[in-house]
Design a protein around this ligand. Structure first.
Ligand code: CMP
Length: 142
């Protein structure tokens, strides 16, 4: 585990947090855990209830719906927000393709950070709009 100030510097370089003040970053750091994940681990399983949000610090993951791969995710990208926001089942499976370091926020911490860090809420909404746009484009392209 890195030192606290190094961890804050690391978070400040993550695009999701780039508009955050130092105080807001401290809120995120306090609410989150950094976790090492071995390659091959299923982090999120389609259809299951979900209680965590993940942000990738290092490494890569695949997003799959059924057997079909729908996205690749890498450092700075995140997943698991949908089930936390609408309390529905996980919309896809996410598997670690490599060893990974992820930042994990539990449901309550995620909700707290969204309330306290508006810049992060805006970025999450932007990403959701982009994913919806991409998914519509794919659905109507054939
Ligand atoms: P959630 O439904 O909680 O769990 C699966 C996650 O996969 C989902 O949240 C999103 O974070 C992510 N996800 C779902 N669909 C896509 C997509 N089309 N592109 C990238 N990520 C996705």
């Amino acid at each position: 585990m890195r030192g606290r100030s190094q961890y804050l510097d690391h978070l400040a370089r993550v695009p999701l947090f780039s508009a955050c003040s130092k105080k807001e970053l401290q809120t995120v750091a306090r609410a989150s855990d950094e976790v090492h994940v071995p390659a091959g681990k299923v982090l999120v399983e389609e259809g299951r209830p979900g209680h965590e949000f993940f942000l990738i610090l290092e490494g890569k993951a695949s997003v799959k719906r059924g057997k079909k791969k729908i996205a690749d995710l890498g450092p700075g990208q995140y997943f698991g927000e949908m089930a936390l926001l609408d309390r529905g089942p996980r919309s896809a499976t996410v598997v670690a393709d490599t060893d990974m370091d992820v930042l994990v926020l539990g449901q309550r911490e995620f909700a707290g950070v969204i309330d306290e860090v508006p810049a992060m809420a805006h970025k999450l909404l932007t990403t959701m709009a982009q994913r919806l746009r991409e998914s519509d484009a794919k659905a109507f392209s054939h």
